[in-house]
Design a binder for this molecule. Sequence first.
Ligand code: DSN
Length: 416
Amino acid sequence: MYDEIRKTDPQLYKAVKGEVLRQQNNLELVASENYASKAVLEALGSVLTNKYAEGYPGRRYYGGCEYVDIAEKLAIDRAKKLFGAEHANVQPHSGTQANIAAYLALIEPGDTVMGLNLSHGGHLSHGHPLNFSGRYFKIVTMNVHKDTELLDYDEAAKVMEKERPRLVMAGASNYSRVWDWKRLKKMADAWKAYLVTDIAHYAGLIAAGIYPSPVEYADVVTTTTHKTLRGPRGGLILSKAVYSKAIDRTNFPGNQGGPLMHAIAAKAVCFREALTPAFTDYQKQVLKNARKLARELQARGYRIVAGGTDCHLMSVDLRAKNVTGKEAEAALYKAGITVNRNTIPYDPQPPMVASGVRIGTPAVTTRGMNDRDMAAIADFFDDAVKHKNEDARLRGIAEKVKGLCARFPVYPGFEK
Ligand code: DSN
């Protein structure tokens, strides 16, 4: 695999090959990562990368777009069908680009936006001082309740009454429970605010019908396509028909230039895959695995934020083990397990240290692991955290992890 790169660019080949082996030999528990299918990778590596196609199907600023038009129309039609949406824009390069387009389609710089507190599970593009969101809009936050760690809708309603945001940005990067989209829509309507929902994390589960969909309620829905949806790295915007023109305009020419046609083709592949019964079965297993892993970790003395999970991810509070998120992330990686440190709600530690790690099951489930394997993963996790400073022990765990991973090949043949 990757023969041309090997011949022409040995330095880069080393990196690509290393990453192939890392993906095969490590347990990928980063909740936002997954393994795209070979068909998705093929589309990403296709000649569509050569084509400029500024504009939209049938309305391009370049000649020769008849084939990329087919790809983009397929992606649009499939996305609409998959989520039951009135309009889809498949061009955003990323989730953040999708969010920029959504904001600019609905409100003006200087307006107030309410988003989930970043340290309670929100996302940079939902309102951070260093991000465009915090620089161009006044941000007010929703928070989770200190005791339940569930979104505090009553407090959010009070914030809305006081601050009158013009847009509510719902959705999260690290919130394991169900969002009450209907309630948020009612709250937004009460103050004539727009409701945008960023479902980047939940998209695959929503497509499979095992997590509530906001499409009926939200004015605009944004997502990435590479997390639970298991497609290429990229973004997607869904909206009510009434916003279709505004969304298309703010994405291009408002926010982006030439679309990445190879990525759009790969999104078409991903949406087709997500429309199959096999994808629904996959998402059911993702959820089953996440719940099993949460229970297994709880049985080993770890606290799971909000008491468990309704989706693919969870936040593990490490304070009872006297370990920080930073320390755990490093030890786990030495043991062949990839996670990211994350603040827990009302975390006494700064984000670079954090008291927790966020973990998720999309990637391990794609490679075929099921609930029975979650107990083994919890054992490896616990062993690594308990012996975080013992490199020989961590290397021993990594060998066992590699053995488990060998039973579940990710891309057979790629390592050759
Ligand atoms: N960075 C992504 C995540 O890990 O959840 C969100 O964009």
